[in-house]
Design a protein around this ligand. Structure first.
Ligand SMILES: [Zn+2]
Length: 172
């Protein structure tokens, strides 16, 4: 649930960046921020106003309008905007947003939803069990593997100068 957007977006970027060069040009950090933007916006708005936690930030129509506006007003921000937009679009795909929300407000207003509670949402997610929980566990395993790989690479880099110093001392 928490790791899903991060993992799918990062793994998708990693798999596709060599095939689609435009992906390699976009900053991954901003793509990942974009992958959480719809939830950050809508959950925050929900806490304040009571509007749905999958509200207008989950609308492709609203996202396209905001992108077009920022693109026209701040053309220097095209690259970061493209990265954020890509992440936000991937978020909509992962959420499998219903058409009434995806095309809002074209199909009418989004009805108010229940107040979002992070703790209740987390508990509900893990209590439901099934495939989503297993996918979350898989995502946790993916990031654990990445962390282990990075740590071992860092250790190798740290030990290389020591090995080189010993070799130089031995040669002298
Ligand atoms: Zn969402």
């Amino acid at each position: 649930m928490v790791l899903g957007h991060l993992t799918v977006t990062a793994a998708g970027h990693r798999m596709l960046k060599d095939r689609f060069r435009v992906l390699a040009a976009l900053p991954l950090g901003l793509i990942l921020v974009g992958a959480y933007l719809p939830d950050l916006a809508d959950k925050s708005i929900n806490l304040i106003t009571g509007l749905s936690g999958r509200g207008y930030a989950h609308s492709l129509v609203v996202q396209l309008l905001i992108c077009a506006l920022v693109y026209l007003l701040l053309p220097r921000l095209r690259l970061p905007l493209a990265a954020l937009s890509l992440g936000a679009a991937v978020h909509l795909l992962q959420d499998w947003v219903e058409p009434a929300v995806l095309l809002a407000p074209l199909l009418g207003p989004i009805p108010p939803g229940p107040r979002f509670s992070f703790i209740e949402s987390m508990l509900g997610f893990y209590r439901q069990g099934g495939l989503p929980v297993w996918l979350e566990a898989l995502a946790a395993g993916y990031w654990t593997m990445i962390a282990i790989r990075l740590r071992s690479r860092r250790r190798e880099e740290e030990s290389e100068p020591a090995v080189a110093e010993k070799a130089i001392a031995y040669a002298e």
